[in-house]
Design a protein around this ligand. Structure first.
Ligand code: ZN
Length: 275
C-alpha cells in the first residue's frame, strides 16, 4: 500500500496520485486525502485545509501550469479552504456544488451529470447529499474509480450530523445510488483506497440499518433521550467520540420521525415511539 506520509505524493494508478494533508485527528483519520487526477492537465480533488506546505506539495507534484481545476467534494473545513491559496498559485478554476459558498471562493458551480474533461480523463459529477447537502462525488471513467469525499471513508464510518448539514435519509439514498455503479475502486476523503467498493458500500448500509434498528428498539421499549441512547449503545466507546455518536443518533431519530415512526423535537428532547 502506498504510504500515507503527509505532503508526500504517492501514485495510486496511472492517472491518480494522492497527497495526504497534515491534519490527522479522530475525525480525519490519517488526514485529508488530496487527489491529483491526470498528468498533462490536472484536476485537484479536495485541496484540504489551508497550508503552504500542502499547496507546495501539490504544485511540486503536478507542475504549476498543469493544475486546471480545483474540485471540491464539499466545503467542510478539512476539505476546501486550501482551494484559495492553490487557485492563487496556479490560476486554476475552483469547482463545487454552489458559487454561493462563504468559506471559499467557488468560480463555477457543477452538479449531477456534469463532466470535467481533461486531455487524458473524464470525471463525471454525481450529486451525493447526506454527509452534507452540497456533497459531490466524482467518477473517473477511465479507471472506474469513485472519489467519495466524506460519503464513504477508508477504515471508519462517515458522520452524518444535522449540525453540519447532514441528512440520514438522503445519506441512505446516496449509498443506494452509489451501490449501483460498476466500480473498480473507491478513493475516499480519508483513509486508504478501497478495492472492494460494493462490499464496502453494503457494509455501510448494513451498519446504518443495524443502528437504526437498535435505536427504534430502544425507543419502543420506552421514552428515550439521545443521551440515554448513547449510554445504551456506545458503552465501550472512548469519551472523545461520544458527541459525534450523539449527533449520529439524532440524525437517525430525525429520519425515523420523518417516516412517522417516532416523535420528538431535537437533540435534547424526549423521543417516543408511534405504535
Ligand atoms: Zn472530511
Amino acid at each position: 500500500m502506498p504510504a500515507m506520509t503527509p505532503d508526500v505524493p504517492s501514485a495510486l494508478s496511472p492517472l491518480v496520485r494522492r497527497i495526504v494533508a497534515a491534519n490527522p485527528s479522530h475525525m480525519t483519520g490519517p488526514g485529508t486525502n488530496t487527489y491529483l487526477v491526470g498528468i498533462d492537465e490536472v484536476a485537484v480533488i479536495d485541496p484540504g485545509p489551508d497550508s503552504k506546505a500542502h499547496t507546495d506539495a501539490i504544485v511540486g507534484a503536478a507542475g504549476r501550469q498543469r493544475v486546471r481545476w480545483i474540485v471540491l467534494t464539499h466545503t467542510h473545513s478539512d476539505h476546501a479552504p486550501g482551494a484559495t491559496r492553490l487557485a492563487q498559485v496556479t490560476g486554476a478554476e475552483v469547482l463545487a456544488f454552489s458559487t454561493r459558498e462563504k468559506s471559499v471562493k467557488v468560480t463555477r458551480s457543477i452538479g449531477d451529470g456534469d463532466t470535467i474533461d481533461g486531455t487524458e480523463f473524464r470525471l463525471a459529477v454525481l450529486h451525493a447529499p447526506g454527509h452534507a447537502p452540497n456533497h459531490l462525488c466524482f467518477h473517473l471513467d477511465e479507471e472506474r474509480m469513485l472519489f467519495t469525499g466524506d460519503t464513504i471513508l477508508g477504515g471508519m464510518y462517515s458522520v452524518v450530523s444535522p449540525s453540519t448539514g447532514g441528512d440520514m435519509a438522503q445519506y441512505f439514498a446516496t449509498l443506494e445510488r452509489l451501490r449501483k455503479l460498476r466500480l473498480r475502486s473507491i478513493a475516499p476523503g480519508h483513509g486508504e483506497l478501497i478495492d472492494e467498493p460494493r462490499a464496502r458500500i453494503d457494509e455501510y448500509l448494513q451498519h446504518r440499518r443495524a443502528r437504526e434498528k437498535q435505536i427504534l428498539g430502544l425507543v419502543r421499549r420506552g421514552p428515550c433521550t439521545v443521551k440515554s441512547i448513547v449510554a445504551a449503545l456506545y458503552a465501550d466507546t472512548p469519551e472523545l467520540l461520544l458527541p459525534v455518536a450523539a449527533k449520529q443518533i439524532y440524525s437517525h431519530l430525525k429520519k425515523l420521525r420523518d417516516e412517522g415512526r417516532v416523535t420528538g423535537r431535537d437533540q435534547r428532547s424526549t423521543w417516543t415511539a408511534i405504535s
